[in-house]
Design a protein around this ligand. Structure first.
Ligand code: AMP
Length: 442
């Protein structure tokens, strides 16, 4: 059988790929208004970065990372040898750790500087069990703001994300914005202990995985999909009762600013999100209907300790990521059809093979002028060339024939009006220029 794409991966065929470009460009335009600049980091990093940054006890790091290994190092390992820490590499499961590493490495937030505002777009890799809306390679667009701890950063980030969804055509009414504060290193330990104590009391009702989580990372139990565990965790202590005064004030300001921007949200005290690095604000945007269990289209939060974890100066941070494929599913569930290939401006048809060289020169001249121009490469009959022009949605067809060439003319047909006229070869360029001008205005 022919080789297929690996499980959990998906080819972005031209319509989807074109839409991905539109999606990224829209993000760059909107996020650019808030001062975010593009950055691109490698698709793989030292494994240690993710272990330290995201946290060893998270599912993403403990179970879902893909290791990238050179053939030589694999051989060493198979033979029972060891490889250097810097050769232990993993495909990035998310974008924040790499961006934070780049910020530290290039000192993008010197002391006293304005925050660094960065955005990225590209593939992430997680060895999750594939299902609808959950892939092993998927595309994210994300932002990171490093160097400011003020709640205005969190609020503008959340507002910006919602504005982006709106601009892409995901109706706000079809989404639900959940927000929470996870506290800080001062108030979270007491909360964590309270959740652990509660889980210990309910150990018999919780699944084995949650009992294991109680030992290493009790808050992760809020994410358990097991209905019995969810029911138990519904009764667990709420972080809102444990926030210190500073965290409470920060949270109140974020909510106020988001509400002032006309954005509705739901406070969800059980929202903890899957990664360990969050402090204070966390949020998630879900699609209300039609997406099954994988309904989160974006989310993020504040991570004031992460930069230190990866070896930088204490630098507060805030970021979010959104999933392209899930947004596409949400848009398609809302009835959107992917825009098709843009029409071809000019199709240059040849009456017979004797004029093909001239046709080739004309089509090339049209492209050099900035028009989308096509030609038949397979010696089709004139009739089939017109069929092809139709299929390509050609606006004009320029017919090159031996008799016309003798006269120094080509026949240009407008495919919409079926109007035909002879155009002198000398003036063809200016006719096409005029057409190009009109097309750009249109
Ligand atoms: P996270 O980094 O887990 O907060 O994910 C941010 C966003 O990326 C989610 O809201 C999803 O839209 C998307 N996403 C995360 N994991 C996957 C996956 N396995 N497949 C497709 N999209 C994903």
């Amino acid at each position: 059988m022919a080789v297929r794409a690996p499980e959990g991966t998906r080819d972005l065929l031209p319509d989807e790929q074109r839409f991905w470009t539109t999606f990224k460009n829209t993000a760059a335009t909107i996020f650019g208004r808030y001062g975010y600049q593009p950055i691109e980091t490698p698709l793989f990093e030292q494994t240690e970065l993710f272990v330290r940054g995201i946290g060893e006890a998270t599912d993403v790091v403990s179970k879902e990372m893909f290791t990238a290994i050179s053939g030589e190092n694999l051989k060493t390992l198979v033979e029972g040898g060891t490889i250097k820490a810097k050769s232990r590499l993993s495909l990035r499961p998310e974008g924040t750790a790499g961006v934070v590493r780049a910020v530290v490495q290039h000192d993008l937030v010197p002391q006293g500087a304005a925050p660094a505002k960065l955005m990225y777009a590209g593939p992430m890799f997680r060895a999750e069990r594939p299902q609808k809306g959950r892939q092993r390679q998927f595309n994210q667009v994300g932002i990171e703001c490093l160097g400011a701890e003020e709640p205005t950063v969190d609020a503008e980030g959340i507002i910006m994300l919602m504005r982006f969804f709106e601009a892409m055509g995901i109706p706000v009414a079809s989404t639900r914005l959940l927000v929470n504060s996870m506290g800080c290193s001062e108030c979270r330990p007491a909360y964590r202990d309270a959740v652990k104590a509660y889980m210990d009391e309910h150990a018999a009702e919780l699944c084995d995985e949650c009992n294991r989580r109680a030992e290493v990372n009790p808050l992760r139990a809020f994410d358990c999909k097991n209905p019995a565990c969810s029911e138990v965790m519904d009764g667990a202590p709420k972080i809102s009762d444990y926030l210190c005064d500073n965290c409470r004030a920060h949270y109140e300001t974020v909510k106020q600013l988001v509400a002032d921007a006309g954005i509705a949200f739901i406070e969800e005290p059980r929202l903890v999100r899957g990664l360990d690095y969050y402090t204070r604000t966390v949020f998630e945007v879900q699609v209300v209907e039609g997406m099954g269990s994988q309904n989160a289209i974006g989310g993020g939060g504040r991570y004031d300790k992460l930069v230190e974890e990866v070896g930088g100066r204490p630098t507060p941070g805030f970021g979010f990521a959104l999933g392209y494929e899930r947004c596409l599913l949400a848009l398609q569930a809302a009835g959107m059809e992917l825009p098709g290939k843009p029409p071809c401006d000019v199709f240059v048809a040849s009456v017979d093979d004797s004029v093909r060289d001239m046709s080739f020169r004309i089509v090339q001249a049209a492209r050099d002028m900035g028009l989308t121009a096509e030609i038949d490469h397979q010696h089709r009959s004139l009739k089939s060339q017109f069929k092809l022009a139709d299929k390509l949605n050609a606006v004009l067809v320029a017919v090159v024939g031996p008799d016309e060439l003798e006269e120094g003319v080509v026949t240009v047909r407008n495919m919409q009006t079926h109007h035909e006229r002879k155009v002198e070869l000398k003036t063809l360029k200016s006719v096409m220029e005029r057409f190009l001008g009109e097309r750009q205005v249109g």
